[in-house]
Design a protein around this ligand. Structure first.
Ligand code: PEP
Ligand code: MN
Length: 346
């Protein structure tokens, strides 16, 4: 692991004292500066599932820090959880995706943290709404917490492809742009939902420039009480970390890159100019449509346009799927402009 990379590892849930101490022992051999995670209050989608061991898990976490020196953390979702965590002297807390989704819960936690000094890790909300994430971080920050981290654990869609959650990398990247002082940690376990994909997501996040990893590690993943399919063994974690290629620097300033970046800047300016011209033509067309009493959406024309552009994309070495998404966005904006021309007249 690179010198500056933050590693958080441990089971999805604390299950028994032996399980916790054995995993922590293996992890401290892998990276003595790692944080040890274990959920003790588990937010489950359905009732009557294992909902965590509760308070006794805090005693086990204390033993972890005494026996291994690892710093410990658990998930909190209410003021009562914060109170317990502080009572037992746990080193840090994380706020789960379901909790970040609710401003009421975030404010309750922020109020409970007022006057407290403890690192707080904030997972993204389940839906891809960056403002909920930013707002949640802002609430915790306003309570006076200074050591804050964001954790990217993917976003939930109806279709997440082969992963459990969609990574939607542009959202954590935008968070980094808007809050450059907040380190962003990737949680490849919850994105993957399957241990076979944890490594590729972890490596992708580090090559993008994330600041660390939160990985679910269990000594017997197949018998884990929660998230068994996505947990990896300590030896697999060690293998992934030793094979990880760390970017040398996050802010390269090489001449060879700068020349290419200039080219990209010029092309992007041209793209914006062209888009602006395209929209003004769409606006002219709306005048003709209106005077001939034609509907704004001309389905046959749109279908033909889209097919031709996707074919062209294919011939030009671009992904037809990407070009389809791009033109859907452009077409949506054209329609919006034509509609607003219509309502200005009416
Ligand atoms: C967890 O980390 O075990 C967890 C419940 O994660 P999330 O909030 O990302 O679903
Ligand atoms: Mn989990």
């Amino acid at each position: 692991m690179g010198k500056d990379l933050i590693l958080i590892a441990g089971p999805c849930s604390a299950e028994t004292r032996d399980q916790i101490l054995s995993i922590a022992d293996s992890l401290s051999d892998i990276d003595s500066r790692a944080w040890f995670r274990a959920g003790i209050w588990k937010p489950r989608t359905m009732p009557n599932q294992f909902e965590g061991v509760g308070e006794i898990g805090l005693e086990w976490l204390n033993e972890v820090s005494q026996t291994t020196g690892l710093r410990t953390m658990t998930e909190v979702a209410s003021a009562a959880h914060i109170e317990k965590v502080l009572e037992y002297g746990i080193d840090a807390v994380w706020i789960g995706a379901r909790t970040t989704t609710s401003p009421f819960n975030m404010q309750e936690i922020a109020d409970a943290l007022r006057g407290v000094s403890i690192p707080v890790f904030i997972k993204n909300p389940i839906s891809p709404d960056i403002n909920l994430w930013l707002g949640g971080i802002e609430r915790i920050k306003n309570s006076g917490i200074t050591e804050l981290y964001a954790v990217h654990r993917g976003f939930s869609f109806i279709n997440n492809g082969r992963y459990r959650q969609s990574p939607y990398w542009h959202i954590p990247i935008e968070l980094k742009r808007l809050m450059p002082d907040i380190p962003v940690i990737c949680d490849p376990s919850h994105i993957a939902g399957n241990r076979d994909y944890v490594e590729e997501i972890a490596k992708a996040s580090i090559s993008i420039g994330f600041d660390g990893l939160m990985i679910e590690v269990h000594n017997s993943p197949d018998t884990a009480l929660t998230d068994g399919v996505q947990q990896i063994t300590p030896s697999k974690l060690s293998e992934i970390l030793s094979d990880m290629k760390m970017p040398k620097s996050k802010d390269l300033n090489l001449d060879s890159i700068n020349i290419l970046r200039d080219d990209i800047d010029k092309l992007d300016f041209e793209l914006i100019e062209m888009l602006s011209k395209r929209m003004s033509i769409a606006s002219d067309i709306s005048v003709i449509k209106r005077s001939n009493n034609l509907s704004i959406l001309q389905l046959r024309r749109w279908d033909e346009m889209l097919r031709k552009r996707m074919e062209l994309a294919d011939c030009s070495g671009l992904s037809p799927d990407f070009v389809k998404k791009l033109f859907e966005l452009i077409h949506e904006e054209s329609i919006k402009i034509q509609e607003s021309n219509d309502s200005d007249i009416n």
